[in-house]
Design a protein around this ligand. Sequence first.
Ligand code: SAH
Length: 492
Amino acid sequence: MTGNVILVGAGPGDPGLLTLRGKQALEQAEVVVYDRLAGQGVLELIPPEAEKIDVGKQAGRHPVPQSRINEILLEQSLAGKRVVRLKGGDPFVFGRGGEELEALAAQGVPFEVVPGVTSALAAPAYAGIPVTHRNYCSSLHIITGHKQKNGKLELDYQTLAKLEGTLIFLMSVASAPQIAAGLLEAGMDGGAPAAIVENGARPNQRSFVCPLNRLAQTMEEQAVQSPAVLLIGGVASLASQFNWYEKLPLKGKRILITRPQQEGQALAARLAALGAQGDCLPAVRRQPLPFSWPPEQGFDWLLFSSIGGVDAFFQGLRRQGLDARRLAGKKLAAVGPKTAQALERYGLLADFVPEEYSGQALARQMLAQNLLNRQSRALIPRAETASPGLTDELDQAHIPWQALAVYRVIPCSPERQINPSVYDAILFTSASTAESFAACCPAETDFSALPALCIGAQTAARARGLGMNPAVSPEATVDSMIETLIGGFFHD
Ligand code: SAH
């Protein structure tokens, strides 16, 4: 049976700029054929079991010719696979998507197209340039600076100079001096505002605004590299007023996230919104453990100390053919709002959430409010080895408790060796993430100057044991870690 091909626009790099339909297609793909312009964060959404085929083109070099890409798409889809062809930006904006569809249509392969956010619009937007504005222009033109005839760039400068619209050039880093000269010669004003946006909508974005007659010089001085968008038109002058992205608090920072995959991606998205690039190295993963229900001893409170604990608990129940009704009449406490939200996904509202999010605070505040006393019996679904903050407090108050091991934290096998020196910050959310991270580094790595940030005292103690000098966030929450990053981590 023939499979199909979905042509998906990946947007300019940030997974936040991928469409929902595009994400869904990626998650269901069996084969993903991608190039260099699809950002790392988008590539991380590809399921691990899917086959990934890199057909990326480096400027000037074409490792995989278009004809071969077309063949790969045909081979895979005719073999019955659900194929996603992932392309930077929008697949039809100078993306050769049309040529790929011709090849598919000729063989009767079913296809679909998911448009993407094109860099032609996103890069200016992230540099604070509205590509149209009533006071400046009445048209918008997207032009390739790559159209060659006999080795010469072929553009109709006379027409372009007359348009009085915003001119946006892609693939034009090398030809920018020619383009500027051509437009000036055709009568365009040398003082017309021009902008260059390099790595638009990515954490390493740089943008420059200058008059058209200084474009070539500015690009040379700033050593502008591809990919970059060139924009010529009055709207470029608005960048100084509206450049919002390059002013974000974590702009340009590269941060390594060691949490399990799902939480890691959520954190990467939050860091991206602050301008940083968050790379996920899931150093650990959770393996759900079987348990029997109901537990031998009765209980009246269930204390959930993590989101992972909630999910593993309900997975375990589900595996026994049971659901939330088994908790009828029991009281539920969650260590923090995120854990309470996790419970809500199973249709349950927490009866108690402490103001401060730690196991210790959970116990202390419940005791202070007399929710737990010596007659209460607490059941704590949690990791096989868990920190003693919560249970130490219960012991001191002589509250009977019972742990239910619902998952085990196991190190991910270090698939890739990492080079820690490229990171501005490395986040550890548990002692085991620090250990697994160390296992992914080359043997002789000196950790003493590593920009490590730990979520709490125990994680920090383990990090010190590994030779690190970590900073510790004031509260044991990811929010507090983010505040620490914004608040002075990089100025110490
Ligand atoms: N289909 C893509 C364009 C492919 S042509 C899209 O819609 O975005 C490749 C050109 O796109 C590059 O030479 C550069 O001009 C531009 N480009 C792609 N990603 C970019 C980015 N993140 N920032 C700036 N320019 C980018």
